[in-house]
Write a protein that binds this ligand. Structure first.
Ligand code: ATP
Length: 355
């Protein structure tokens, strides 16, 4: 455990960014896979990167681990620029990034402890020392009893724990998770994410979570960057981006985990200003659990109807999303009233009768 303490101390001395990308571009023929990506992964944080299929996530990962070279722009790992380095110079920097994968990528003919110790063997560590380190890491990931087992004898979750232990063996500056929970059931996913969060807080380990699973980012990341057609279209603390997403891509990516206007009401929406206006209210922070509806009630004697929604908690911040119906004539005044209280308001349309 001493090694962990040393590691953490080292992390706190060195405050520089772990990864820094500036205007990174990579084209494949007509396709701009990365179209000017600038991004920073700060030491000790968990940064989530989300994007739909084809957004450029894999190209970004390949540029980070040196398997792909950008056409232009710069990539620095712990302040050292990797763009332009030759293979020999790249190797030690590549080892500063430990990776975990969707399908674990364990060697089936090797035992668990041999898999974990493999990066250290490549680095030339003596056998006794690397097995001692493997034992320490297996303890960290909760697999002490499995050192002599083979991957085929393990569950998916246990295999990913071995993957995590192996990725941490050479004390990387960054753990890069490439869809690491996508092949796991929800319960195992939660356990693996809890382990990653635990390692992040115990060791100060910096983690980059690349995923198409919004729930992974919601429950685990500190910040999130949204990639769309090779560009970062939105970036910020998870609770902020998830509560008031600005980009259309972010909104549609989040549609599965944020309350949506029920389909039977959405089908009846009309742009004609008649009957009731259907309004969405997004509000976060203390205002979300404050007196929002009490204030609206007091200011709008014509009344309102709460149709759908609720309050979630992300990073210990309340995040509220509500759909309400108000008399059409009140919609404009309600919008400015709720905006003054900190809500993001959108009039989605109107319905002739009660929705
Ligand atoms: N080697 C390649 N040759 C040609 N086109 C490529 C190549 N690699 C990526 N692309 C294209 O670049 C774009 C970004 O691809 P990339 O694989 O980085 O996206 P992604 O976000 O990882 O997608 P997915 O989630 O489906 O893996 C896509 O349009 C893809 O077709």
């Amino acid at each position: 455990m001493n090694e962990h303490v040393t590691w953490r101390a080292a992390a706190s001395i060195d405050e520089q960014d772990v990864i820094h990308l500036a205007d990174v571009r990579r084209r494949f023929g007509e396709t701009a896979a990365l179209d000017g990506v600038s991004l920073t992964v700060r030491r000790g944080e968990i940064l989530g990167i989300i994007g739909r299929s084809g957004a450029g996530k894999s190209t970004l990962i390949r540029c980070l681990n040196g398997l792909e070279r950008p056409d232009s722009g710069t990539i620095a790992i712990e302040g050292r620029e990797i763009t332009g380095l030759g293979e020999a110079e790249l190797q030690p920097l590549r080892r500063r990034i430990g990776m975990i994968f969707q399908h674990f990528n364990l060697l089936s003919a090797k035992t668990v402890e041999e898999n974990v110790a493999l990066p250290l063997k490549i680095e030339g560590w003596p056998k006794a020392k690397r097995l001692a380190r493997a034992a320490e890491l297996l303890d960290l990931v909760g697999l002490s009893g499995k050192a002599k087992a083979y991957p085929s004898e393990l569950s998916g979750g246990q295999k990913q724990r071995v993957g995590i232990a192996r990725a941490l063996a050479a004390k990387p500056a960054l753990l890069l998770s490439d869809e690491a929970t996508s092949a796991l059931d929800p319960e195992t996913t939660r356990a693996i994410l809890a382990l990653l969060k635990d390692i992040n807080s115990k060791l100060g380990l910096t983690i980059l979570l690349v995923t198409h699973e919004m729930e992974v980012v919601r429950s685990t990341a500190d910040r999130v960057a949204v990639l769309d057609a090779g560009r970062v279209v939105e970036e910020g603390p998870v609770w902020q981006v998830f509560s008031q997403p600005q980009a259309q891509t972010t909104r549609s990516l989040l549609s599965g985990i944020r309350p949506q206007l029920p389909a039977h009401i959405a089908q009846r929406l009309s742009p004609d200003m008649a009957g009731e206006a259907i309004v969405s209210l997004d509000i976060a922070g203390p205002a979300a659990t404050g007196s929002l509806f009490q204030d609206i009630s007091a200011a709008f004697p014509g009344g309102y109807r709460l149709l759908h929604g609720g309050i979630d908690h992300i990073q210990e911040q309340a995040v509220g999303r509500f759909f309400i119906a108000v008399p059409a004539d009140d919609a404009a005044r309600l919008t400015s009233f709720a905006e003054r209280l900190g809500a993001q308001v959108e009039v989605l349309g109107h319905v002739a009768d009660h929705a």
